[in-house]
Design a protein. Structure first.
Length: 293
């Protein structure tokens, strides 16, 4: 097919500050490729000038969504929607850096009905940054109302409202209770929290990647000598809508001599997410300076 340069805002339901890539530049029935420049005030930007490693999960997810969106365009369908429901063997080799141009590839491995599985890679100027597998459930409830009847409203100026993360909380969620020894915390998220503004405008949900980052941030608070090189697996089984109080629990595990930390997120009596990380002693190397593939 001829070269592409299709704005992601025309293909996906995400909006700033949760729209993180610029253009779909390659399409085939089983693969999509996107590019983007990492914004200086990115929602996942850290003091180091790099993004939190978990951001790569969302970058692959948005590329998969763009691939699906372009396929629907070829079929003369409107923009679709969907939800990330699983992560498997997602490895962090490094982290995207603010100002860097990144390239993301998502390859469809299989799909059955509304469920699809893709493998993805995130690459920056220093090489491969992350790779892994994601699972999706397609559901048009995630489509912003303005995108179907009046797609010309896409450019509404909301990009200027992107904001950084407050240092006093985790992704805008206020810690209202914490027991480090027990590995438990409670966080409260208001409807006005930035993570809900673009995910999704007509159906606000806590992004799955934020659930992952919450757990990684809490692990860093509770066990600062550990780091996370890999998400072993994650399941997101409950939609988390604001305003909401989330209870987070964790427990250490050792499986075949591998150190792990398992986290779960609960809303009322419902388990919303179950996430397992590989952990290791924290490296003194700056993210992105380790081995690259």
């Amino acid at each position: 097919m001829p070269p592409l340069s299709v704005p992601l805002a025309e293909l996906v339901p995400h909006r700033p500050p949760m729209l993180w890539l610029d253009h779909l530049v390659e399409y085939s029935p089983d693969q999509g490729r996107t590019i983007g420049v990492v914004a200086a005030k990115h929602l996942f930007a850290e003091a180091s000038g790099m993004l939190h490693p978990s951001a790569s999960i969302e970058l692959v997810a948005q590329t998969a969504a763009a691939h699906e969106g372009y396929q629907r365009r070829l079929e003369d369908k409107g923009v679709g929607g969907g939800f990330l429901v699983g992560v498997r063997d997602f490895v962090f080799w490094g982290a995207p850096e603010c100002g860097d141009t990144i390239e993301v590839v998502a390859r469809r491995r299989w799909s059955v009905g509304p469920v699809s599985v893709v493998s993805g890679q995130v690459t920056g100027s220093c090489g491969l940054l992350a790779e892994g597998e994601l699972s999706f459930y397609l559901d048009d409830r995630a489509v912003p109302e303005a995108m179907q009847p009046r797609p010309q409203q896409i450019g509404d100026g909301t990009r200027q409202r992107s904001v950084g993360v407050s240092c006093g909380d985790i992704m805008g969620g206020i810690i209202i209770g914490e027991n480090r020894d027990a590995g438990r915390a409670e966080l409260f998220f208001e409807r006005t929290c930035p993570v809900f503004c673009g995910h999704f405008p007509s159906f606000p949900l806590l992004p799955a990647v934020v659930s992952v980052r919450i757990c990684m941030e809490l692990l860093a608070r509770w066990e600062s000598d550990l780091e996370v090189p890999r998400v072993l697996h994650a399941k997101f089984g409950e939609a988390i809508q604001p305003p909401v109080t989330i209870t987070v629990g964790s427990a250490p595990q050792i499986v075949e001599a591998q150190q792990r930390r398992r986290f779960w997120l609960q809303v009322d009596d419902n388990k919303a997410a179950d996430i397992a990380f590989e952990v290791r002693q924290r490296s003194t190397a700056r993210p992105g300076e380790g081995d690259q593939r």
